[in-house]
Design a protein around this ligand. Sequence first.
Ligand SMILES: [Zn+2]
Ligand SMILES: [Zn+2]
Length: 173
Amino acid sequence: MITATDLQPFCSRDPKRETLHMPWSEGDKTYATDGRIAVMVDRVPDVMENPEAPKGLAVNIFGPFNNITKSIEVPDVGERTEPESVHCPECRGSGVCKLCDNGSCHHCKGEGVVMIEEKPWQINGEFGFNRRYLRLIQKLPNLRLFLDLENEVNMARFTFDGGEGRLALIYIE
Ligand SMILES: [Zn+2]
Ligand SMILES: [Zn+2]
C-alpha cells in the first residue's frame, strides 16, 4: 500500500513550483510530480485534493505515452559514490569572495558549497536517465520500465503495483 510518505520524494523542492511540493488527489487517483518525473497511484486516502495543482496531468502526461510498451531492463545504478557537493571554487568555501567585491559570493549564493550534478545513466550516445530518479523508482514494487526510442524520444513509462509513472529522458550533448 502506497502512502503519502512514499510519494513525497517524487514531489518538487523547487521554491518556484510550490504547487508541486506535495502529492494531491484528483478523482480516484493520487499524483506526485516534480516536472521531470511523475507518478499516478490509486487514490491515497490521506492525500488531500489541491485546487492549485496542475489540472489535467492525467490527460497531458498519462494519456499520450500509454503506447510505450517496449520493455527494457531497469538499470541498476547503485548508490551514489562521489560527493554531492564541493567547496565553491570561487570563494573556496568561505561564501565571501574578492571576485564578488568581497561580498556574498554569487557563484555559490554565499553558501560556500556548490552541488555537483551526477552524469546521466546513458541509454545510448544521445539519451540518458537521471540516476537519482532511477534509484527512486527501483524501490517501487514490481517495477517495469518501458521505452520506445524510435517513436517517443523524450519520455519513458514505468508501471508498478498500484500505479504507473513517467520519466523524462535527458538529452546528452
Ligand atoms: Zn562561492
Ligand atoms: Zn564569488
